[in-house]
Structure formats: structure tokens, C-alpha cells
Write a protein that binds this ligand. Sequence first.
Ligand code: NAD
Length: 363
Amino acid sequence: MVKNITVIAGDGIGPEIVAEARKVLDAVAAKYGHEFVYTDVLMGGASIDKYGVPLTDETIEKAKSADAVLMGSIGGDANTSPWYKLPPEKRPEAGLLGIRKALNLFANLRPAMLYPELYKACPLKEEVAEAGFDMLIMRELTGGLYFGARSTEEKNGEMVATDTLVYSESEIRRIAIKAFEVAMKRRKSVISVDKANVLDSSRLWRKIVNEVAADYPEVTVSHMLVDNAAMQLVKDPAQFDVVLTENMFGDILSDEASMITGSIGMLPSASLNDTKFGLYEPSGGSAPDIAGKGIANPIATILSAAMMLRFSFDMDAEADAIEGAVKKVLSEGYRTGDILGADATGLTKVGTAAMGDLIAERI
Ligand code: NAD
């Protein structure tokens, strides 16, 4: 199969970690008889340096015309980089918000899993960590409180600030469908998180999720209030498979879930629209503190490439091959320096390129 991938290497460690993901994709192409055609485009700081803006129409067009976008990360050190002397809409991060909007990426998928080999990096109680967990947070990304009308005005002699939380049936339905489709590729369980005891938007959310659930009889669905979900994530994370939730709840819960894995360099993410198209990137940032040193962990980007194969290209066996190769390398004791305990006896500390080689060799 031939697939066109637009690549945004980005800033900081972005180019280093994307190079390793491409290495692994090339190993997949060679083994399974595919051709991945890459088109490099600029975004973020690199685009500011060349064009004066963080996102150009050309980058949007090249992203739109591809089958998927693979991204490293964008941005620099906010204290020292000249990019942060620009007004907010011209800074690197504005490029990211702009491309999400331009591509209508309403579904954000963030898996959080604890590898058995890395359970000591998990900050939870040992017995909880030892049980492990493997969940995927499906967050609605373009609606809700962050996109509703807002105002700050004086009323009756005092300032009053208002934010509005709006969800339409169609917005809820399309993200719910994504969650159930993903659950069919996983352990077939969806826990939908809301605040239906208080919020109208949550009551509509629950109704529509139940309607969508009827079309997926193999998937178990249940509902959990967001305050309880925040507790359950640290008490018993193993109970979660797919967690479906709205924008703000997902923002908070996905950070909580990534924290309990203990390692930001391992976590991939995907943002999808209502076609097969998606933008795939590591959950971490551009790590300017370690950029250019050859020590960044490329695994989150490599696993993002695996998500691209699974969700945009329907290449499940190929995605399994990447995820299996990552597990193998970890079980053989290879670690990049960011993974807690990497210096322990019996483990081998490696840099970015060596980690990419090891994974590519095991495809
Ligand atoms: P960061 O994720 O870049 O770094 C936080 C810490 O984690 C640093 O110590 C860094 O060295 C480490 N780290 C992150 N990824 C790593 C990896 N792959 N391997 C090893 N260590 C890793 O977060 P930050 O410092 O808050 O942000 C730096 C820049 O990244 C900012 O400009 C921010 O806006 C940007 N950012 C971009 C994205 C994105 O492109 N989607 C996401 C988050 C932050």
C-alpha cells in the first residue's frame, strides 16, 4: 500500500525523535511491502524563522492532501527564545491550535499504559503499579467550555465573568462513535465520564452516548462522574479501557493519566477528524533543555507512528509489530536516560538514534 505522510518535525527535539519514527516506519514498509512517501513541512518556531508566521497556508494544504500527519513537537524555551517576544497569535503554539482547527481534529486520543518493565516509574502504590494499566482517553477537542461564548463585564457594581459550556447532539455523537470504534480494536469497554448529576450538557452527553452504545452491542458501556473518575484513576487505573469524555474533563484527566505512567517520553497521541485522517504526535513538548544532545526518548513518537498505522491506515498487524518491538527492547533492558531507574545495574542506557535502531531491528 502507498501512503502519503506529511511530516512536521518541528523544533527542539522534534527533528531527532521524528527521524527515529521514520526509521521504524521504513522498517515496517520493508517488511510488509508498503511505501510511505514523506513530505516535510515547517510549523512552529521553524516556520517563524523562515516565513515570519508559525503556520502557513502551504503547510495546511500539504497536511490536508496527505493520508496523515506525523509531528514531532513545536516551541522553544519561553524565557530565552525570541519566538516568545512575538504577540501570542504569532508564537509557535498558535501554529498547533491553527492546524487542529484547520483540519477539524475533534477527537484527541491519548493512551496511557504502564509497561510491566517500568512499573517502578509509576508514582502509585506498589500493588496498584504492579497490576499495571492500559487505557486510552478519548477527549472531545473542539467544543465545550473552551470554545463557548465568554465575557467579563460589570454588573450591579462588580465584575462578572461568564464562560458557556455548549455541546450539540452531533458533536457528542461523532466523538462517541470514535470511542466505540476504538474500543472495538481494544478490550471493548467504554467508560463515559461526565457530571450528569449537575450539568445539562452532561445529561445530553449521557443520553447520546447510550444511543450510540446501542449500535455496538459487543462493547460494555458505563458512566462515571468526573470527580469519581479522578479518584478511580489513582485508586484502580486497571479498570479503564477507553475513557470517553468532553473537552475540559479530558484535559484534566489525560494529564492525570499520563502522570501515573511516570514517563512523558513514552506517551503517544492522535487527533482525528471524521474521516480516517489524523495528526499523530508525542504527548510531550520540544524539550529545549535536551535538544541536540541525542538523548531524547523517541518511543512516544514511534508509538504515535504505530497509532497512525492503526487508526488512519487500518494496518493493525503493522502497528502491533511496532508496539511489540518497543516492549521487546524494554524487556531486554534498554532505556533512554529520562526513564526512571535507567542507571540501574543490568540495564543499558542508550541515546535517541540507538533506541530507534533497536526498535527498527525488532520489527
Ligand atoms: P516538555 O514536554 O518539552 O519538557 C518537560 C520535561 O520533559 C523536560 O525536562 C524534557 O527534557 C522532558 N522530556 C519531554 N519529552 C522528552 C523526551 N521525548 N525524552 C526525554 N525527555 C523528555 O515541556 P515544557 O518544557 O513545558 O515545554 C517546552 C516547549 O514545548 C514549550 O515551548 C511548549 O510550549 C512546547 N510544547 C509543545 C507541545 C507540542 O508540540 N504538542 C506540547 C507541549 C509543550
